[in-house]
Ligand binder design. Sequence first.
Ligand code: SIN
Length: 478
Amino acid sequence: MNLTDHDLFRQAALIDGKWIARPDMEVTNPATGTAMGTIPDCTADETTRAIAAAETAMKGWRACTHADRADVLMRWYQLMLDHAEDLAQILTAEQGKPLAEAKGEVIYGASFVRWFAEEARRINGSIIPSPLPGKKIFAMKEPVGVCAIITPWNFPIAMITRKVAPGLAAGCTMVVKPSDVTPYSALAMAVLAERAGVPRGVINILTGRPEVIGAALTASPVVRKLSFTGSTRVGALLAEQCAPTLKRMSLELGGNAPFVVFDDADLDAVVEGAMLSKFRNGGQTCVCANRILVQSGIHDAFVAALAKRVDALKVGPGTEDGTTIGPMINAAAIAKIRSHVEDALAHGATKATAVRDLGAAYADPVVLVGATTRMRLASEETFGPVAPVFRFDTEEEALAIANGTPFGLAAYFFTRDMARAFRFGEALEFGLVGLNTGAVSHAEAPFGGVKSSGLGREGAQEGIEEYLETKAFHFGGL
Ligand code: SIN
């Protein structure tokens, strides 16, 4: 990496304002397969210390005025923008996404900090008329308390800010456990948070194995909330572990997004939307189109146009000029993607895109025609650059396939028929619906799923509520 500010690259955990460096685990650059640095493998004991630091720091942080907290967040936001190039380099080195996309994630991540800096000043309660004379009831908003934040490898910056910024704005303190595959972005963000004036102990970052740190975080009665983004399997396990201490939970879990194209759709807009939704981060997002359902009348034109765009994608190291798809995160991810393609081909699908000769770190971006619900990719999230196209004839058929999944995170559909837009949009059982767009992620909009895709909402006005409790304060003798 060619960083302007080398201090941002920290190979250490942060507990109670102290940086703890210990070369216990290696972190691999997915493009080269070689180690880019080390991190401490934090112990249960260190997790307990981080929780205690966050508990102590809570007193001062919640006592700050909302405007003071907003100012700190605005400084953090500005520092992210000032260091966007360096943050992007760190992100690309550990996660693999192309540099231009990494910069996009820095800006996307920063937008949550700005949004919640603004929201910090609008944490209002209400005054409720009492049913009894001489009394009043105040509904007051208070911070939940110490929060545990567990973030994934696919958006190592944006998933930190989408959780930490509303928590800080609400007056909570944080113990953050970034993915052990992509810890350095979180650590760089913590350096910038210190510079922005976040007091000691308010943000603690634990690096290392998820089982040890996760078990200590979930078992602690001091931790009052857990926010997690990751798989449904791990989310359910964390919910089980949090049950004895009844923590508040926000869970942003797996998806299996349908992307439905009706005959009357604008073909150019559909192809643009499909490229964005399917190939962002190489297909490694929870909101990626996983099943592309196309009505018979537009099917062939859509496949031809999409295949042309996919053949033009440039796959390679994220640091190389013009790269549009970087390496996949690891060998297990590539094996899963390839097994989905092989299973689909064995069940009668065909490739509409050219075969490439890529290295071991990469997955072939591919459009598969003739996908059916019998294939594994119909029921499992592929999490890679595979675009399976299912053909359908009627709206009822499309709706049944789209909703025929236990997941309910994102869905997309394209039509110019306004009656259908409302009818179909309302019938989709998903937390996020994109009509004539492949983009559903903005700080201003509530983000989250239904069914097995999770609990709670991030971003938007709802995002801060997840970090607030309501106290009913009854005043008598007035
Ligand atoms: C995710 O994949 O978990 C997040 C994607 C987004 O924020 O758009």
